[in-house]
Design a binder for this molecule. Sequence first.
Ligand code: CA
Length: 241
Amino acid sequence: MEGRPRILVIEDEPAIADTLLYALKTEGFAPEWSATGREGLAALEKGKFALVVLDVGLPDGSGFDFCKTIRRRSNVPVLFLTARNSELDRVLGLELGGDDYLVKPFSPRELTARVKAVLRRTGTAGAAVAASNASASLAPEPEWQVDDERCRISFRGRALELTRYEFRLLRVLVARPGRVFTREQLMSAAWEEPEASLDRTVDAHIKTLRAKVRAVVPDADPIQTHRGLGYSLREAGAAGP
Ligand code: CA
């Protein structure tokens, strides 16, 4: 286990924790488990961790509050686990200091993909993650491919039939997987004159984009809706079963 990035999992449900620990171990991390927030804070005081996976609903308090306490002492990246979509507004809207989130239920693969993405983004444990990513060489081509010259985008190797605005809208999402864009941001990024095209709503184009993606890969749903916020593209590796 030496040299492997240490991940602290603060999660009160043993079954979920077991799954998380197993998935993280398999992916080359050295995970440790705390069943309460207090236990987790104690573990953080004792040792150094590359990342904390933090459940929002803990028996001795809210994960949000524990995150604030963690932030006062350390910059360790925090990945929230939330049970309800309704908690997302808090995760995304407030300055809680979290780095990413997952809504339960999620697949172990989704979790490890997010952990790696956060570590890559925050630059912690880079070398160790790169080493454990050796299996990434097995990965085929990227999920999304953009051909700017031909205004074409392919999903899993299949070209999508896109109009000009659909192309520009999807291009914005593909450039920043995982990032949530508000409708206003998407409008101004994809439309030359946002005010002049009020009738071309983002929602309508997202709808046709989803249909076009389904036309080439029927079970795929790579565009996520964040209610009251906007849209994002699922990060690579987090999509699919
Ligand atoms: Ca819980």
